[in-house]
Unconditional design. Structure first.
Length: 418
């Protein structure tokens, strides 16, 4: 059996460490001072937050080292809900401008390849992504480029998962898929047990719960981080959800509906699923809806999946939230591009404790145009929660074409206690 081609769902031990991050600021710093646009693979210390920031993509139309071709204008990740580092953080995947596999530590380019369709890095098995297509669940090896089958589901076709999100539980034992049932043509979702290589739930029909969409990949079913629940949602207009698809329904693996969140459909928005330090499944994001009331509107909020309880966190709402740091439960990473005194370069990334006790400010992200979607930071933490990848068009750098952006990594391991 070749290395990395076997899915291993061993007992997953949470690293329930709480980073005693002496040296990381817990208060928002002053407006970001100018910093020259770094060269490719150049690094500097953020002058306010002291994290080490490295530019990991090159100038447009210049050669890509080691693998040939040239750099694109847009070189970045897909979205803040999509982990870019492998389980051991030794590989890093960039979708736009590639696909490219980078060394997860030095950021040198290793391969010009990617999975045949969008996949999710396995959170505990190094080098492996899990993906779906046809009637199969497969795994792809980031070092060898090889794809092998895990399991298949006769009677179903067109298995799909939304490219901009991850679809594995934190231990890597469960995924979920959207599929077309051949017997009646219905779009359904069901859970998959990767350890036993079999389905793990009955069919759940998207039309029954108001999440039907014309674009099938916008009908979403995924496991919660703990693997205890299945979470149904949707993207795009239609059905009972709102245009952003922030409404959701939570099921157990027997198919029983446990909770629904539709009352405040924009709460939490641009958010992600995460685990609290005591192992509860939550969704974390921004509240945009005035109907949520003054205590919640405009705040970063936490929604309990099992009880539907909505709670405000310490930070005013950011633009995008990521819970991808599975080895640092109890934290979410928030990218904020709010202006202060008219200075859009004051955008930053912060780690927010889900118990509301602490905020750790990581770096400025330096956007020139806050409206440019592809230059939004959309920060993604590493699995250990000690680095963050983000995109930027760098306000003090050369003017980039519309929709162009570079990727950067903010590393704060040197600020942590030894």
């Amino acid at each position: 059996m070749k290395r990395g081609l076997r899915i291993i769902c061993s007992t997953f031990c949470w690293c329930l460490f709480r980073l005693n991050a002496e040296g990381l600021r817990t208060e928002c710093g002053p407006v970001a001072p100018p910093v020259p646009f770094p060269a490719y693979l150049g690094s500097f210390n953020d002058p306010v937050y002291r994290t080490r920031v490295t530019r990991i993509t090159g100038d447009k139309n210049t050669p890509v080292p080691n693998v040939g071709g040239v750099w694109a204008g847009r070189n970045r990740s897909i979205y803040s809900l999509k982990q870019v580092w492998s389980a051991d953080e030794k590989l890093l995947y960039l979708h736009f401008g590639g696909p490219l596999i980078l060394d997860g530590e030095t950021y040198e380019v290793l391969h010009r390849w990617g999975p045949p369709v969008a996949g999710t890095w396995h959170p505990t098995v190094a080098d492996v992504m899990v993906l779906v297509r046809g009637n199969r669940v497969e795994q792809w090896n980031g070092r060898t480029g090889e794809t092998t089958e895990i399991c298949r589901f006769p009677g179903y076709t067109d298995l799909v998962q939304l490219a901009s999100e991850d679809f594995l539980s934190a231990d890597g034992c469960f995924t979920a898929v959207t599929a077309r049932r051949e017997s009646d043509g219905a779009d359904v979702g069901f859970g998959v047990d990767l350890h036993r290589r079999t389905r793990a739930s009955p069919d759940l029909r998207f039309t029954e719960f108001g999440f039907a969409r014309k674009e099938r990949e916008h009908q979403i079913l995924k496991p919660s981080p703990s693997g205890r629940y299945l979470v149904m949602s949707a993207r795009g207009a239609g059905g009972e959800g709102n245009s952003r698809g922030e409404a959701l329904a939570v099921f157990d693996f027997q198919g029983h509906l446990l909770t629904e969140q539709r009352k405040f459909p924009h709460t939490p928005g641009h958010g992600d699923l995460a685990l609290t330090a005591d192992g509860r499944d939550v969704k974390v994001g921004r509240s945009d809806d005035d109907a949520a009331g003054p205590k919640l509107s405009g705040k970063e909020v936490l929604l309990g999946l099992s009880d539907g309880q909505l709670l405000p966190l310490a930070l005013s709402g950011g633009d995008h939230t990521s819970g991808r740091a599975f080895r640092r439960p109890g934290w979410a990473f928030v990218s904020d591009r709010s202006a202060r005194d008219g200075q859009q370069k004051d955008s930053f990334i912060a780690a927010v404790a889900l118990d509301g006790s602490r905020i750790e400010y990581i770096c400025h992200t330096r956007h020139e145009d806050p409206v440019d979607y592809w230059a939004q930071a959309q920060g993604i933490p590493s699995p250990s929660g000690t680095r963050v990848l983000f995109a930027s068009n760098w306000g003090t750098g050369p003017k980039l074409d519309d929709d162009d952006a570079h990727s950067f990594v903010a590393d704060f391991r040197h600020l942590l206690p030894k």
